[in-house]
Design a binder for this molecule. Structure first.
Ligand SMILES: NC(=O)c1ccc[n+]([C@@H]2O[C@H](COP(=O)([O-])OP(=O)(O)OC[C@H]3O[C@@H](n4cnc5c(N)ncnc54)[C@H](O)[C@@H]3O)[C@@H](O)[C@H]2O)c1
Length: 485
């Protein structure tokens, strides 16, 4: 089933073998592809979990693509993927897949903490990369991936597939060229999605003997896990995940950057955020209630996110305006509500004046990556790594602000003289009250206003240190991210 063994090459072995082999095959592959636009592209998947399985299907629908390699540290998951693609070569160690000269490009669908290092290793070995969102676990490492893509001249697309939905171009035309609702004044992002507790045991989670745990951990710290399951719930542990801000927030903030700012704003320059992990009493540490203000220097952006129901035990989401997972652009002439696959424009009397229907970008986004790989042309990518790095940055910064936060302070909230922001904080307070909680509870944090220098991507000013400590993580030995920028 699997041609890999428990042998894990040292980094030195890995790079001497793969970089040489990879750069040779990549150069050969490039000229071949330029000669024949129908050349088959051989993909290797790193991570055969839920998303990996879906992407195998979507890439499989793109003409001229072969799923040639499958890799998962969990041999059971690898075995299931191999049953679907029996001709693909199986690997339990990503270094072996990356080093395989028969693979042209890799699709990275691991946990978030592996995205950057796996992408860099693959590009160093001459592979093109499709890497899932969020690009990075911290903004520093995302910057290294962008620099690596330039240094090794590789194609690198981020899995924010809504960028490939043709509806986005119609929306931009409506909002900006036609000025269908006049000036955009404020943008509000929502993600209200009920999740459950991930459990909290007294004893550390036993690791299945079928899983190569050291490689699963990779850059993350080795520390006991007290939740009920290893897979998926890594999202709610800072060591491996980025909370729902980095999970879903990235998709919607990416829509805002795309449709409202037409990518003119890379990162916000001031951030104020708060929230808490409340009501679950579990082993997670990322917030399940999170709210943030982003000062862009032009249109302000707010995000409200909650994984709690409107009441304990209820199946209803917290009360909010607009889509439960989407954005609202408040405009002079009305409001625009966008979400995955559809959008509606309303005038100031609440009448629908325009509707947009999309297709979510599935398959088109993968096709877009393959087109770029075939032509070795990053300019055609809809979510090129630098775009994905910036969209991920908003989430990383909102997470840093949460982590840098202290006790809730209404005075700090009032620093932002914006009705939409005050309404968001007040509505969050109401939501918490339904759970017998209060904004002033010790479990709720609020950051000071953090000021970011867009050039250095460091926080500056009075509260710089409280934020800067979270801009780069500690990497486990052997899994450090190389510094290029
Ligand atoms: N674009 C989207 O709409 C979308 C949707 C869902 C998930 N995602 C992203 O996809 C990624 C995976 O999510 P998921 O829900 O499939 O998680 P998951 O936990 O179900 O799967 C992750 C898989 O990666 C494997 N893995 C971890 N480290 C590895 C390594 N070093 N080498 C090989 N395999 C490794 C795990 O064993 C697991 O099978 C996440 O980053 C998530 O944000 C994107």
């Amino acid at each position: 089933m699997c041609n890999s063994t428990s042998h894990t090459p040292s980094r030195r072995d890995f790079f001497s073998a793969t970089v040489a082999a990879g750069l040779m095959t990549s150069a050969a592959g490039r000229s071949l592809r330029a000669a024949d636009a129908n050349d088959e592209i051989k993909l290797g998947f790193i991570g055969c979990g839920v998303r990996g399985g879906l992407l195998m299907k979507q890439f499989g629908e793109v003409p001229g693509v072969r799923i040639a390699g499958l890799c998962d540290v969990d041999s059971q998951r690898l075995g299931q993927a191999k049953e679907r693609f029996p001709l693909a070569k199986g690997f339990q160690d990503l270094r072996d897949l990356i080093g395989d000269p028969n693979i042209d490009a890799v699709v990275i669908t691991t946990c978030n903490h592996w995205h950057c290092l796996a992408a860099i290793w693959a590009m160093q070995a001459g592979k093109d990369v499709y890497v899932e969102k969020p690009l990075s676990h911290s903004q520093w490492e995302g910057r290294q991936v962008v620099a690596a893509a330039r240094k090794y001249d590789r194609i690198c697309q981020i899995g924010t597939q809504q960028r490939s939905d043709p509806m986005q171009a119609e929306i931009k035309k409506f909002l900006h060229e036609e000025k269908g609702l006049g000036e955009i004044q404020v943008a509000r992002v929502n993600h209200y999605f009920i999740r459950k507790s991930i459990g909290k045991s007294d004893a550390p989670l036993p690791i299945d003997k079928n899983l190569a745990y050291d490689t699963w951990l990779g850059p993350a710290q080795k520390q006991p896990i007290y939740r009920n399951q290893l897979h998926y719930d890594w999202h709610w542990d800072w060591n491996t995940g980025s909370g729902d801000m980095g999970n879903w927030g990235v998709h919607i903030l990416d829509d805002v950057r795309n449709n409202i700012f037409q990518d003119s704003v890379a990162l916000p320059h001031r951030i104020l955020a708060g929230g808490g992990r409340v009501g679950f009493n579990d082993a997670g540490d990322t917030p399940n209630v999170h709210f943030a203000y982003f000062d862009t220097g032009s249109i302000p952006v707010l995000i409200g996110l909650s994984n709690l129901a409107d009441q304990p035990g209820s199946k209803q989401r917290a009360t909010h305006h607009g889509p439960h997972s989407g954005y609202i652009a408040h405009c002079q002439g009305g409001r625009f509500e966008g979400q995955r696959g559809r959008a509606v424009a309303f005038d100031n009397d609440g009448r629908t004046i325009r509707e947009f229907t999309g297709n979510r970008g599935d398959v088109l986004h993968q096709q877009n990556f393959i087109d770029a790989v075939r032509n070795h042309d990053r300019s055609v990518l809809h979510a090129e790594v630098s775009v994905g790095n910036d969209s991920t940055g908003w989430c990383n910064l909102a997470n840093v602000a949460f982590r840098a936060g202290g006790a809730f302070s209404q005075d700090a909230v009032n620093e932002v003289a914006l009705d939409e922001w005050r309404n968001l904080v007040a509505a969050t307070g109401e939501h918490l009250r339904s759970h017998q909680l209060h904004l002033n509870d010790p479990a709720i944090r609020l950051s000071p206003m953090l000021e970011l220098d867009p050039e250095s991507e460091q926080f500056v000013g009075e509260h710089a240190e409280s934020g800067n400590q979270f801009l780069k993580r500690e990497y486990r030995s052997g899994f450090e991210i190389p510094e290029f920028a």
